[in-house]
Design a protein around this ligand. Structure first.
Ligand code: SAM
Length: 339
């Protein structure tokens, strides 16, 4: 096992920003490609794709993770695009899971390729998995994602459960007139299954076919869930992010709300994001980024790359400036950033 703490860096240590937030969580998008075209994520028509040479290689990603660890990163999530469409993604997960300093390595996937890969992902050492699923109705699923793949995803979720992944989080972006009639059904899913259903507020990011008017904010989603039963708050654990967690009485699973627009959680944000093409973003909802790829590919030292991490952290805004009315948008596309 390589020694990821063998720091040649000067002043290595925690990445702490001006707001005294400890940034110890790195989310890595390993590809901008996806096998779905979700209407709230992808624009109409052809989307320009990054060339093979434009995306970071796994060795480059691992070098940046090593530098991040020396600066205090302890948690990594692999995302995309769809991470499982990139060849070697499971091997990368395995290499990350074997790094002793990382206390948590997890995966976000749309689940289309999960069933055939779930056992290998588990054997690679991954236990925590987030699966995006915006409808329980196969027809509507196809309308939202552009592909008739509900059964594949559902089989992947069942397989993940049989194998023993825990927790299995189901991410739902609730949109008015699109899937809001299923909010209660998703709540009920947590009654019978040990899933953690997470409602994510739609965020105006990049070009997509969704409109800000279609978004439903957490208070309304919560009210609709309450119609099935009382929501009992669940204390947040050490791996919990910004979700506010609840359990319906007698439920095997949980319901949670991620409310980036209606309830900023910027004061608790501990995240940095590495995009597929090597940009470091300190805030999902701001286009400000620092590029690592040039230095990485032109002989930059670990110290120089670490300085880019520090600059990103120094420039992290106290809070994002997006409002629910959609008057401002993030310009970059979500599939390159990773969510
Ligand atoms: N392909 C993987 C997946 O579907 O989970 C990983 C990438 S995807 C960009 C990560 C998450 O971002 C998904 O849960 C997706 O629903 C969410 N997402 C994409 N666009 C969004 C938007 N505009 N607002 C809120 N969430 C969004």
């Amino acid at each position: 096992m390589e020694n990821y703490m063998d720091s040649g860096l000067t002043g290595a240590g925690a990445l702490v920003d001006r707001e005294k937030r400890h940034l110890n969580y790195l989310r890595i998008s390993i590809t901008d490609r996806c096998n779905l075209r979700c209407l709230y994520c992808v624009p109409e028509g052809r989307i320009p794709k990054l060339g093979h040479d434009e995306i970071l290689s796994y060795e480059e990603i691992l070098r940046l993770v090593k530098i991040g660890i020396q600066l205090g990163i302890r948690k990594v999530r692999i995302t995309g695009g769809e991470p499982l469409v990139r060849k070697g993604a499971v091997e990368l997960l395995g290499r990350l899971a074997r790094i002793r300093e990382l206390k948590d390595v997890s995966l976000t996937t749309n689940g289309v390729l999960l069933a055939p890969n779930a056992q290998r992902i588990f054997d690679a050492g991954i236990r925590r998995i987030n699966i995006s699923l915006d409808s329980l109705d196969p027809k509507k699923y196809a309308q939202i994602t552009g592909y008739d793949r509900f059964e594949q995803v559902w089989a992947g979720i069942q397989r993940a459960r049989e194998i023993g992944f825990s927790p299995i989080k189901i991410n739902v972006v609730a949109m008015r007139g699109i899937n809001d009639d299923e909010i209660a059904a998703f709540g009920r899913l947590s009654l019978d299954h040990p899933f953690h259903v997470r409602f994510i507020e739609y965020m105006p990011i990049g070009n997509s076919r969704a409109r800000s008017q279609d978004q439903i904010l957490t208070p309304e989603i919560q009210e609709r869930i309450t119609a099935i039963g009382e929501l009992i708050p669940v204390g947040n654990g050490q791996h919990d992010g910004p979700a506010r967690r609840y359990r319906l009485a007698g439920a095997r699973g949980e319901v949670g709300f991620i409310s980036a627009l209606s309830h900023h959680f910027c004061n608790r944000c501990n995240r940095l994001r590495l995009t597929a093409d090597g940009k470091l973003r300190a805030c999902l909802l701001s286009d400000r980024h620092e590029s690592l790829k040039g230095l990485l590919r032109n002989g930059g030292s670990d110290e120089q790359l670490a300085e880019i991490f520090r600059i990103a952290v120094r420039r992290k805004a106290a809070e994002h400036q997006l409002c629910p009315d959609g008057a401002t948008r993030v310009k970059d596309q979500m599939q390159g950033i990773g969510g």
